[in-house]
Design a protein around this ligand. Structure first.
Ligand SMILES: Nc1nc2c(c(=O)[nH]1)N[C@H]1C(S)=C(S)[C@@H](COP(=O)(O)OP(=O)(O)OC[C@H]3O[C@@H](n4cnc5c(=O)[nH]c(N)nc54)[C@H](O)[C@@H]3O)O[C@H]1N2
Ligand SMILES: Nc1nc2c(c(=O)[nH]1)N[C@H]1C(S)=C(S)[C@@H](COP(=O)(O)OP(=O)(O)OC[C@H]3O[C@@H](n4cnc5c(=O)[nH]c(N)nc54)[C@H](O)[C@@H]3O)O[C@H]1N2
Ligand SMILES: [Mo]
Length: 821
């Protein structure tokens, strides 16, 4: 049964060619369906709520929900998700693992050879492995804590299903924090008393009415508001339309500070301020320096609402620490923004009502805490925190934040934990001295260096000795950094189980793969409008589960049956009973405030709308009464100097915000002599991370010669003899990938972008193998942002590019496993 590499690649090609039958059948049925209306059903997704026409058991048309005035283009990718050639069709077990179980040759991991098994066999194997891990090792050896962007729907929220079921069997390692805002959500509670990133912000109507200057700092809302955590209805875009008008009328000045001309900057037609990547803190310090030396800062605000400004000023003036005065001239050398431009911006900020709106990308880099802390210091110096249209926000590009909340309650979710009083089968809480929770992005460190003690947020974490992972509702082989390091690490794992509807690279590097169905193949409910809680949506099943896929609910009920916990797990209830209960719970919570019909009527009508909420100003209560409405910081005030952090004694996050050089930085920074290009792996315009990359026809609207695009400047292209549309090799010491060049004026010299979420498709399982599709995490750095947050710093990454002239390998990322019989 040994298959050599050549046959193997042929196998991959054959399997993806064969699977093309699916979509082409769909086209035929779409034609037939023109004469027959079929049935319209309503559902929702991260990309938007929509109605779908189902004909002959197939989705043949998708149209936006009528409450969505700004539907995204990505709705065109929906059908391709359901009928993707990359669907997981059957339970599969990795070839060598099937023969040798946990003693398998783990260097074969990623060779993509799998054996098809029955559901019963797959679940027996999964259960046996859980048993083995708990008895042979203990709870410290199992990581079932990695979760992510599961599809929408509160009942089928798949991470909850996986964790509840596994927790009914035994304890396991969990994560703390997330990849989105790891540095931001760790630093801001010290500074402003809450994570800020996951909190409702000042309402757009108040910003539009009161702001005179809006600074979009590393922020591309027009791109990033296309997706939301719940079922989106894109209400923010009405306000963005108004903002565009106000920019045109000269009523509001908007400046986008970004190394790239963003989608938002182009949409608004606003000012573009280029900045060298990763140098924002230097520019902010220079703004603070101008405010201070020109006496434009609000001393009264600093005295009344803040703590520690006097500990920060000596650093600003060069009287302490590094003895460098943070003048605009000093900053200009680092950030590439002229000193006079910095001064002008500082004066403009102080002259009138100024709203700072930060995106999240700049905290997904080394020392990612600093720009957020420094942003709060700037806002404090301007003294407008708590005023409508002033102060600082860290979330107006995310999930309808800034759209006034209706004030209604959304539906609850299927429980993530076992019910109260339920003991697991293996009630062993002895973690052998290892930490039970680890910072989310440090799990690969754990596999490679078990037992290592690391600093984290004022404490110590002892990395556990992981032997088994269960992965559901996330795609670690998209979301984590440095693929070749991951390959090395995965060789140390005995067993990996992945539950997904897509044959992602995470499936390829697993041992047991279980086919979930998509959200379009089950009934569910969710709220729409994410943070605005605008209404409740019925997510009606569009089609039956394809192939042998099952709902996560079904999968984990059957797993629990193997250890006699299925009744406790499901509480003896099926899908529609649960939905009714979640809906009724929501109706109770809203009683007397928001009218909701009975479940049957709701299900039939498809949604309940709560209406628009009232505008609201963030931090206004604190501004009104800083004593009674104190912030959640240790002192209750805005902490410009944090005694707590200072006492931790870290070298890479100190008592006040500071400029730190990066381990890799373009434009003359460290490492740029060898790898001169800064790679930003921003969030995709036409996907949600790795989701929808599998949608074939939709992918072809942006791919370049079948590969993920890499965006680069005309000058960088010219120097390397690269033309738009060329195939290029992107590389550094960590890895190499193929991508398709998109040459554009939107990008400055030295700045390139590959959107995160491009599927990983290695030539083979060997370490260092070329990635054939263009996953940026093939070359990113796996490094904690600092000892405080230990967050991902994916955007601290330098690369070089060359025109690719070798034999062109096929793309191996899509189309499922190579089935060995
Ligand atoms: N280089 C770089 N890397 C990054 C980032 C970056 O900016 N740059 N961004 C980071 C950020 S902010 C994030 S949030 C993460 C996102 O990381 P993830 O959340 O891991 O990314 P997704 O691609 O959304 O993966 C979700 C997976 O869950 C599966 N799934 C969805 N719904 C279901 C379901 O109902 N059942 C089952 N069983 N499976 C389901 C999908 O098919 C998909 O494979 O990536 C991080 N990684
Ligand atoms: N379409 C779409 N929308 C999404 C997502 C998606 O996958 N697709 N994902 C969602 C999720 S999970 C998240 S976490 C958010 C992510 O939201 P963010 O992290 O804010 O988004 P990004 O697109 O990564 O980056 C935003 C901007 O930051 C700029 N930038 C990057 N580095 C620097 C820097 O050093 N300095 C300055 N000044 N600017 C910089 C980039 O050029 C880009 O224009 O988006 C959400 N929205
Ligand atoms: Mo995220």
């Amino acid at each position: 049964m040994s298959i050599n590499r050549r046959n193997f690649l042929k196998g991959i090609l054959a399997s993806s060619a064969a699977s093309m039958v699916g979509p082409s059948l769909l086209v035929r049925s779409a034609q037939a369906a023109q004469n027959d209306p079929g049935i319209w059903r309503i559902t929702g997704s991260h990309w938007g709520a929509f109605r779908a026409r189902v004909y002959g058991g197939k989705v043949v048309e998708v149209k936006p929900f009528e409450m969505d005035s700004h539907p995204t283009d990505m709705l065109n990718g929906i059908e391709g998700i359901i009928y993707s050639p990359s669907r997981v069709r059957y339970p599969m077990v990795r070839y060598d693992w099937y023969k040798n179980r946990h003693n398998s040759d783990t260097s074969q991991r990623g060779d993509n050879r799998f054996i098809r098994v029955t559901w019963d066999e797959a679940l027996d194997l999964f259960h046996e492995e859980l048993e083995r891990i708990q008895t042979q090792y203990g709870p410290w050896a199992l990581h079932a804590g990695q979760t992510g962007w599961r599809q929408t729907g509160q009942l089928h929220s798949c991470g909850n299903h996986m964790q509840r079921a596994v927790a009914m069997h035994g304890n396991f390692i969990k994560k703390v924090g997330d990849y989105s805002t790891g540095a931001g959500q760790t630093i801001l509670p010290y500074v402003l008393g809450s994570t800020e990133v996951y909190a409702q912000g000042t309402s757009w109507p108040l910003i539009l009415e009161n702001s005179k200057l809006i600074v979009l700092w590393a922020n591309d809302p027009v791109k990033n508001l296309q997706v939301g955590w719940a079922c989106e209805t894109h209400e923010s875009y009405r306000y963005l339309d108004q903002l565009k008008q106000k920019v045109a009328d000269g009523e509001i000045r908007v400046v986008s500070i970004d190394p790239v001309r963003s989608k938002t900057q182009k949409f608004l037609g606003c000012e573009q301020q280029y900045i060298n990547p990763q140098t924002d803190v230097a520019m902010m310090l220079a703004i603070a320096h101008t405010l201070y030396t020109e006496k434009l800062h609000d001393q009264k605000f600093l005295d009344t609402y803040c703590l520690g400004f006097e500990r920060f000023v000596p650093y600003l003036l060069g009287e302490s620490e590094d003895k460098v005065e943070k003048t605009p001239e000093w900053a200009a050398e680092i950030c590439g923004v002229e000193a006079e431009v910095i001064r002008e911006l500082a004066r403009a900020m102080a002259a009138d009502r100024t709203q700072l709106l930060f995106g999240w990308c700049i905290q997904r880099q080394q020392h990612g805490e600093q720009p957020y802390w420094m942003g709060a210091v700037l806002a404090a110096m301007l003294g407008q925190i708590g005023q409508p249209g002033g102060g600082v926000s860290y979330a107006h590009h995310y999930s309808s934040i800034g759209v006034p909340s209706s004030g209604a309650s959304g539906p609850g979710a299927f429980p993530r934990n076992p019910d109260q009083g339920q003991k697991p089968i293996h009630d062993n809480d002895d973690f052998n001295g290892y930490s039970k929770t680890i910072p989310v992005a440090r799990w690969v460190d754990a596999i490679l260096e078990p037992g290592k003690k690391i600093d984290y947020n004022g404490g110590k974490v002892t990395l556990p000795n992981l032997k088994m992972m269960v992965i559901s509702g996330c795609n670690p082989w998209h979301h984590h950094q440095d693929r070749n390091r991951m390959k090395q690490a995965f060789r140390n794992l005995e067993t990996v189980v992945t539950i997904d509807f897509n044959w992602t690279a995470s499936c390829r590097f697993s041992d047991i793969v279980l086919p979930a169905c998509t959200q379009f193949e089950r009934n569910d409910i969710d709220q729409y409008g994410s943070y605005s809680t605008r209404g409740i949506l019925a997510m009606q099943r569009l089609v039956d589960p394809l192939f042998q896929s099952r709902t996560d609910f079904h999968i984990f009920t059957d797993l629990c049956r193997r250890f006699g916990k299925h009744k406790e797990y499901s509480r003896g209830k099926g899908e529609m009973e649960w939905l009714r209960e979640l809906y009724e719970g929501c109706r109770d919570a809203n009683k007397g405030k928001f009218a909701m019909p009975e479940f049957a009527q709701f299900w039939d009508e498809g949604y309940v709308d709560f209406g628009a909420g009232k505008p609201w100003t963030r931090h206004a209560a604190f501004r009104d009464d800083p004593e009674l409405k104190a912030l959640g910081t240790p002192s209750g005030f805005i902490e410009i100097f944090s005694r707590k952090i200072d006492r931790y004694g870290y070298d890479n996050c100190k008592g006040h915000p500071m400029w730190f050089e990066k381990s890799e930085r373009s434009h003359g920074g460290p490492g740029s002599d060898r790898f001169p290009l800064w790679l930003q792996s921003c969030h995709p315009d036409q996907r949600l991370h790795s989701q929808m990359c599998e949608s074939e026809a939709y992918r072809s609207t942006y791919s370049v010669r079948g590969r993920e695009p890499i965006y680069l400047s005309p000058e960088d292209a010219r120097r390397r003899g690269i033309r738009d549309g060329d195939l290029v090799r992107v590389y550094n010491d960590r890895g190499q990938l193929l991508a398709g060049a998109r040459v554009t004026d939107d990008f400055a010299t030295g700045v390139v972008r590959i959107h995160e979420g491009a599927w990983y498709g290695p030539m083979d399982e060997s370490i260092g193998a070329l990635d054939t599709y263009g996953d940026p995490n093939t070359v990113t750095q796996d490094l904690g942002a600092s000892k405080l947050s230990q967050a991902t710093s994916a955007n601290t990454c330098l690369v070089e590019i060359e025109k690719y002239v070798g034999e062109v390998p096929p793309v191996t990322a899509f189309g499922g496993p190579v089935e060995v019989r």
